[in-house]
Design a protein around this ligand. Structure first.
Ligand SMILES: C[S@@+](CC[C@H](N)C(=O)[O-])C[C@H]1O[C@@H](n2cnc3c(N)ncnc32)[C@H](O)[C@@H]1O
Length: 217
């Protein structure tokens, strides 16, 4: 899956995409990450990317010309890619969306706004808008990393045989939460692992796990 990120801060992604499963996904050729520096599309000698909001108000907004030029460049690289804008104005990002994005054979173009946001006209070049929670972050980079992580780990061949994404939290209904898990030692500072998990009786373990699974509400 081709994943292109439009950002003023490409270096923020180094640690997250350069380690563990996200790095392995790239190493195995399952995911391909590239970065488009929005500053390269800035206007004038100062490479301006932001301006004050019409109607007044605090802060600056990303101008439409550099953003749309960057999206158009990314689209030239991957014409069928889905353009995603992280924004508090978007629909809540859920596991079902991650699954849908991972199952699609389309690449992703993730836009990372900064400052007080972006000129709303940019949304005409966007396919989907998501908020990752009901709180405000300083930019779209962390939401973009969250979306990338949640999608890439679901791509075939990334998690490997030892882990199945199908039995994790939020499957099917975005609401269910996995049962509690334990590892050795069986007794940790007087806190024992539930007896049922130690007896090797698979049917009983399955029943206990079903009973112990929860719901976010
Ligand atoms: C400081 S925020 C702008 C907040 C905006 N003025 C508001 O009140 O909704 C800058 C950018 O960070 C990103 N961002 C912040 N919080 C987010 C969230 N919960 N979900 C997705 N993106 C978010 C968006 O791209 C946003 O445009």
């Amino acid at each position: 899956m081709k994943i292109q990120v439009i950002t003023l801060f490409p270096e923020m992604f180094t640690g997250v995409l350069g380690n563990s499963m996200l790095w392995k996904a790239a190493d195995r050729g399952i995911a391909e990450y590239s970065f488009i520096n929005l500053r390269d599309y800035g206007l004038g000698p100062r490479k301006q990317v932001d301006d004050t909001p019409y109607g007044g108000g605090d802060g600056m907004l990303l101008k439409p010309e550099p953003l749309v030029a960057a999206i158009e460049f990314a689209k030239q690289n991957d014409p069928d890619a889905r353009v995603i804008l992280p924004t508090p104005r978007g629909e809540l990002y859920k596991q079902s969306v991650a699954k849908e994005l991972a199952a699609s054979d389309k690449g992703l173009i993730l836009i990372c706004p900064r400052y007080e946001g972006y000129d709303e006209r940019v949304t005409e070049w966007v396919d989907s808008q998501y908020r990752i929670g009901n709180y405000v972050l300083t930019g779209g980079e962390l939401p973009a990393m969250i979306i990338i992580d949640s999608v890439v780990r679901l791509l075939p061949g990334v998690l490997g045989g030892e882990t199945s994404a199908d039995i994790e939290s939020f499957q099917d209904d975005d609401e269910s939460i996995e049962f509690p898990q334990y590892t050795r030692p069986a007794d940790f500072r007087g806190r024992a692992v539930p007896e049922v998990l130690l007896n090797g009786h698979h049917a009983e373990i399955a029943k206990w796990r079903a009973r112990s699974s929860d719901n976010v509400n």
